[in-house]
Design a protein around this ligand. Structure first.
Ligand code: ADP
Ligand code: ADP
Length: 227
């Protein structure tokens, strides 16, 4: 029983123009429940494109996306947005936290967008922040936090609505090795504890080797292993 199935995904940009570029040719992938898979790719290979299609932020030219047993084919924008908010959490290389809001508020807001009552949203936000060790920093704005703290808050925001799928695009790419280890450790601990499925793009082979398996994206296709 899979959390995410991609079947024959193809994607080009600038279709039909001289500048057309085919990024994904034939991408298929089955991500089991609780499975953590590394996505390894050279820069420009299309990993952001793939993560955005998997997370319903972008649509493929061909192929099928099945998320939590539900075929996303033919769903309208509103249904796709609803499915994304319910099922998917994203983290990026840079935290993209809202600068005017505290860490706590940054984790509360996505829940409010999902109609979770304020008190319940705050309790959950505090619990998430505590679990990754930034509870004591909850009242600070992102600018007052270290890079590692910012990424752990961004991870809590991604987890705010208890998604079944985590999509991460170089989540430790901007951090020094020690901080990277700390953030990755916190992330993996919570992923394992909650039984989350995760697809984590990384250039870090050591981190990739600690996931359940690795897939390499090259020439628009996925191949097993780090290669
Ligand atoms: P990665 O995340 O692996 O670096 P991306 O998915 O961001 O790769 O991009 C893959 C390729 O598609 C790159 O050559 C990039 O320039 C191109 N590309 C990405 N987005 C667009 C876009 N909106 N329009 C045109 N080309 C794009
Ligand atoms: P929207 O306002 O488009 O409905 P949400 O607030 O539901 O988006 O965001 C859901 C998740 O998708 C968030 O984690 C957010 O970071 C991510 N997200 C939304 N739009 C984009 C985008 N255009 N590019 C990258 N990530 C996005």
């Amino acid at each position: 029983d899979a959390m995410l199935v991609l079947e024959g995904i193809a994607k080009s940009y600038n279709r039909g123009k001289p500048s057309e570029v085919t990024v994904l040719r034939d991408v298929s992938l089955t991500l089991g429940r609780g499975e953590v898979v590394a996505l390894v790719a050279p820069s420009g290979a299309g990993k952001s494109t793939l993560l955005h299609i998997a997370g319903l932020l972008d649509t493929a030219d061909a192929g099928r996306v099945v998320l939590n047993g539900r075929d996303m084919d033919g769903l309208g924008d509103r249904a796709r947005t609803a499915a994304r908010r319910q099922e998917v959490g994203f983290i990026y290389q840079f935290h993209h936290l809202l600068p005017e809001f505290s860490a706590l508020e940054n984790v509360i807001l996505p829940q409010r967008a999902n109609a979770v009552p304020q008190a319940e949203a705050e309790t959950r936000a505090r619990d998430l922040l505590d679990r990754v060790g930034v509870g004591p920093r909850a009242g600070h704005r992102p600018a007052a936090l270290s890079g590692g703290e910012q990424q752990r808050v961004a991870f809590c925001r991604a987890m705010a609505n208890a998604p079944g799928l985590l999509l991460a695009d170089e989540p430790t790419g901007n951090l020094d090795p020690a901080t990277s280890e700390q953030v990755f450790g916190a992330l993996m601990a919570m992923v394992r504890e909650t039984g989350l499925s995760a697809l984590i793009a990384t250039h870090n082979m050591e981190l990739a080797a600690r996931m359940d398996r690795a897939l390499r994206l090259d020439q628009g296709r996925l191949t097993p292993g780090i290669g």
